[in-house]
Design a protein around this ligand. Structure first.
Ligand SMILES: [Zn+2]
Length: 261
């Protein structure tokens, strides 16, 4: 069984602030990146135990280059670097299942640690076919385009609730922390989180038949609101149709087009 792991950073165990995800370079290097690699390795261990024959890990946070080569698990390959061609780079129809590892709740989720959708500075919000959506939906749409089901999502408790809301009850979720507000909450020891991630990953491959690829009716009618005024002013054209000072709309023929805004 071929498995793709799409990674983000805000929902990694042991991470509680944007500083660890890159805003503070020292904390990003010392804490954020090693914690990311450790959650990935725990997930890979579980997938091997669950019967995976090939694992590709995609580097999805910010502009990429988050992985540390020395800490890569020998049983997986890693898609990384800058100028990635698209979300879930390296994924195609040959994969049987996908995992969203280290994800976070959509912008505006009060108890979602580091909640945001795309830009935490521009405070962007997104709707597809009228449904407000976060990065779980965005990634699942791209993955679903290749007829691959998402079978496991990890992050904080709010992330797991959002995942079940959109992807159903048959996926495995692993909550590695519980948010109180945007940048604080209750962490568990990474050692414990890794054990939970390993168990979840071993279990999720038995759910592949139950989980369906995530789809929306095409064309997808998209809407984006930029809540931070100075960023709304900075947004260039080419994003679709601007209908007021902070709102853009566009019609997407394919899920691969949704990152146009
Ligand atoms: Zn991120």
């Amino acid at each position: 069984m071929r498995v793709y792991i799409s990674t983000d950073m805000e929902g990694i165990s042991g991470i509680s602030t944007f500083a660890q995800c890159g805003r503070d370079p020292a904390r990003y290097e010392a804490e954020g990146r090693p914690l990311l690699m450790a959650d990935i390795s725990a997930c890979v261990d579980g997938l091997i135990e669950g019967g995976a024959s090939y694992i590709l890990v995609g580097d999805g946070h910010a502009s990429g280059c988050n992985f540390i080569p020395e800490l890569m698990h020998p049983d997986a390959d890693y898609f990384t670097g800058t100028e990635r061609p698209r979300a879930a780079s390296g994924l195609d129809e040959s994969f049987d299942a996908a995992i969203l590892l280290g994800y976070h709740a959509m912008n505006g989720t009060e108890t979602g640690m580091m909640h945001h959708t795309q830009s935490s500075k521009a405070e962007t919000k997104y709707w597809y076919n009228g449904v407000e959506s976060g990065e779980i939906v965005q990634s699942s749409l791209v993955i679903g385009h290749f007829d691959v089901p998402v079978v496991m999502v990890t992050g904080d408790l709010a992330t797991c609730e959002e995942a079940h809301h959109f992807l159903g009850d048959d996926i495995v979720t692993v909550a590695v922390k519980e948010g109180f507000s945007r940048q604080c909450g209750i962490l568990i020891a990474p050692e414990m989180a890794h054990e939970m991630l390993r168990e979840g990953a071993a279990e999720c491959l038995s759910r592949v038949e139950l989980c369906k690829p995530f789809k929306m009716d095409l064309p997808i009618e998209g809407k984006m609101i930029v809540q931070t005024p100075e960023y709304a002013e900075k947004r260039g054209e080419n994003l679709g149709k601007k209908i007021n000072e902070n709102t853009w709309v566009a019609s997407f023929e394919s899920p691969l087009d949704i990152y146009r805004f």
